[in-house]
Design a binder for this molecule. Structure first.
Ligand SMILES: Cc1cc2nc3c(=O)[nH]c(=O)nc-3n(C[C@H](O)[C@H](O)[C@H](O)COP(=O)(O)OP(=O)(O)OC[C@H]3O[C@@H](n4cnc5c(N)ncnc54)[C@H](O)[C@@H]3O)c2cc1C
Length: 399
C-alpha cells in the first residue's frame, strides 16, 4: 500500500487518499476493468464512473461544479496515484479531462467557464488538449497550425497529432499560430467544438496499451472569436501553465502503476517456490525487492514535494516538477521491469497484471515532455543566470 506522505499532505488529503483507495479496490481492481476490449466505450464508461464518484470534480473549481476553490496539485496526485494503481485507462480519463479543462480555468472568460466547466465536472462532456503536431513535438514553439482572423471568426487550418480523446472528445483546446513571424509569442488558444464541420478525426492510433488517441485535422475550420481563449499570443503561456500543474501528476500516475507492480511482486514471489523455497527467500531477490520499494518511495516523495510547492504559491516548483516527472516515470519503468522478472515467464503472459503494467508505463516517459526534455529543463534551471547562460535566452522546449 502507498506510504503515508504526512509531511506534505494534510489530514483532509490523507482522508481523500484512503477514500479513493477503497473505491479503486472495490470499483476497479475487484471488477477487473484494467484491460478494456473497446477502448473508446471503456473510456466513456470510466469517465462517467469517475464523475459519479466525485473524482472528476477535483479537476474543476468549486464555483463551476467542482470540489476545491482552486485546483490542487496534491489532490490530483493522490487521485492519479490511486486510480492508476487500479486502471491506467481510468487515470487517463481523469488526467485528460483535467488537461482540457485547466486552460479554460486559467484563461477563460466568465461565459466560457460557465459554458464548459460544469458539464466537464459532471462528466457530461469530454475534454481534450491539442498541442502536439506532426512536426512539433518537444519543440512546441514551432507549431504550424494556423489561425487567421476573418471578421468575427478565426479560420483554422492544420493538424494535431497524438491527441488523447481524439474522436470521443466533445471539445478541444487547440493551440494555433495567429502570427507565424512572432514565433512563440504568436501562439493563441481556442476552444473548438468536436462537431464543428471544419474539424475531423483523420486517424485513430492503436498504442502498445489501450488509450483513446489520434490525429485531428482542421480544414477552413471557422471558430467564433468568442471561442478564443485568453489574449492573442497568450497560447504558449496557457500551455505551459497547464503542463506545469500536470507534470508531477504524471509522476504520481507512474508511482501508482509501480506500486501495483511491487504488490504483485511481493504476492507472487512469496508464494512461488523453486529449489524448495519461496523465490523471495533468495537474497538476490530480497535485495531487488528492497531497491524497488526504496526507489518507489523516493519517487513518491519527489512527486509530493513538487505538488506541495505548486499548491503553495511563491514556492519555486518548476525544478521540483521536472525532477518528479523524470525520476518517477524512469523509476516506475525499472520497478515494473523487476516485478516482471520476479514473475518469470508468467509475467509475459497477455492479460497478466505485470504484462499490462509493463506496456502501460511506457507512454509516461514520453507524454507531457519526454525524459530528455525534463533533463534539459532541469539543466536550464540550474545554469540559468550563470556565466555563459544568460537568463531567458534558451528556446522553450515543451512544458
Ligand atoms: C500516450 C500519449 C498521449 C499523448 N497525449 C497528448 C495530448 O493529449 N495532447 C497533445 O498535445 N499531445 C499529446 N501527446 C504527445 C506528446 O506530448 C509528445 O509525443 C511528446 O511531447 C514528444 O513529442 P514527439 O513524440 O513528437 O517526439 P520528438 O519531439 O520528435 O522527440 C523524439 C525523441 O527525441 C528526443 N528529443 C527531442 N528534442 C530533444 C532535445 N532538444 N534534446 C534531446 N533529446 C531530444 C525526445 O526526447 C525523444 O526521445 C501524447 C503522447 C502519447 C505517447
Amino acid at each position: 500500500m502507498s506510504d503515508d506522505m504526512r509531511p506534505f499532505l494534510e489530514s483532509e488529503q490523507i482522508a481523500l487518499q484512503k477514500k479513493v483507495r477503497r473505491w479503486v479496490d472495490s470499483q476497479l481492481i475487484a471488477r477487473g476493468v484494467d484491460e478494456p476490449e473497446d477502448p473508446e466505450a471503456a473510456a466513456r464508461r470510466l469517465l462517467r464512473l469517475l464523475a459519479r464518484a466525485g473524482w472528476i470534480g477535483y479537476t474543476i473549481p468549486k464555483r463551476y461544479g467542482g470540489k476545491d476553490t482552486r485546483i490542487s496539485a496534491r489532490h490530483l496526485c493522490i487521485l492519479r496515484e490511486e486510480i492508476s494503481r487500479g486502471s491506467s485507462m481510468a487515470d487517463t480519463m481523469l488526467a485528460v479531462q483535467g488537461l482540457g479543462s485547466f486552460p479554460i480555468i486559467h484563461a477563460g472568460n466568465p461565459e466560457q467557464k460557465k459554458e464548459f466547466l460544469p458539464p466537464a465536472a459532471r462528466g457530461d462532456q469530454i475534454a481534450a488538449f491539442a498541442l502536439t503536431e506532426p512536426e512539433a513535438g518537444s519543440d512546441i514553439a514551432s507549431l504550424q497550425c494556423r489561425a487567421v482572423r476573418r471578421g468575427s471568426a478565426y479560420i483554422l487550418n492544420g493538424l494535431k497529432s497524438f491527441i488523447s480523446n481524439a474522436g470521443i472528445a466533445d471539445n478541444y483546446v487547440v493551440f494555433a499560430t495567429t502570427r507565424p513571424a512572432a514565433g512563440k509569442s504568436g501562439i493563441t488558444a481556442f476552444i473548438v467544438d468536436a462537431d464543428n464541420p471544419g474539424l475531423s478525426v483523420r486517424e485513430k492510433l492503436s498504442l502498445i496499451a489501450p488509450h483513446p488517441i489520434g490525429t485531428i485535422e482542421f480544414r477552413d475550420c471557422r471558430v467564433s472569436v468568442t471561442r478564443r481563449l485568453g489574449r492573442v499570443g497568450q497560447g504558449l503561456e496557457i500551455a505551459h501553465a497547464t503542463l506545469q500543474v500536470f507534470r508531477p501528476t504524471v509522476g504520481a500516475a507512474a508511482v501508482g502503476l509501480a506500486q501495483r507492480a511491487l504488490e504483485a511482486a511481493v504476492d507472487f514471489g512469496s508464494s512461488r517456490r523453486q529449489f524448495g523455497r519461496a523465490i523471495l527467500d533468495f537474497q538476490g531477490n530480497r535485495f531487488r525487492l528492497a531497491e524497488m520499494a526504496t526507489e518507489l518511495r523516493a519517487a513518491r516523495l519527489l512527486v509530493h514535494d513538487a505538488a506541495w510547492r505548486i499548491d503553495h504559491p511563491g514556492k519555486d516548483s518548476a525544478l521540483a516538477s521536472s525532477m518528479a516527472k523524470l525520476f518517477a516515470t524512469e523509476t516506475a519503468q525499472r520497478v515494473i521491469d523487476w516485478s516482471l522478472q520476479i514473475h518469470g515467464g508468467r509475467g509475459l503472459v497477455s492479460g497478466s497484471v505485470v504484462e499490462r503494467l509493463y506496456r502501460e508505463i511506457r507512454a509516461l516517459r514520453i507524454y507531457e515532455g519526454t525524459s530528455e526534455i525534463q533533463r534539459l529543463i532541469i539543466a536550464r534551471l540550474l545554469t540559468q543566470g550563470s556565466r555563459g547562460h544568460p537568463k531567458g535566452k534558451s528556446r522553450p522546449a515543451r512544458s
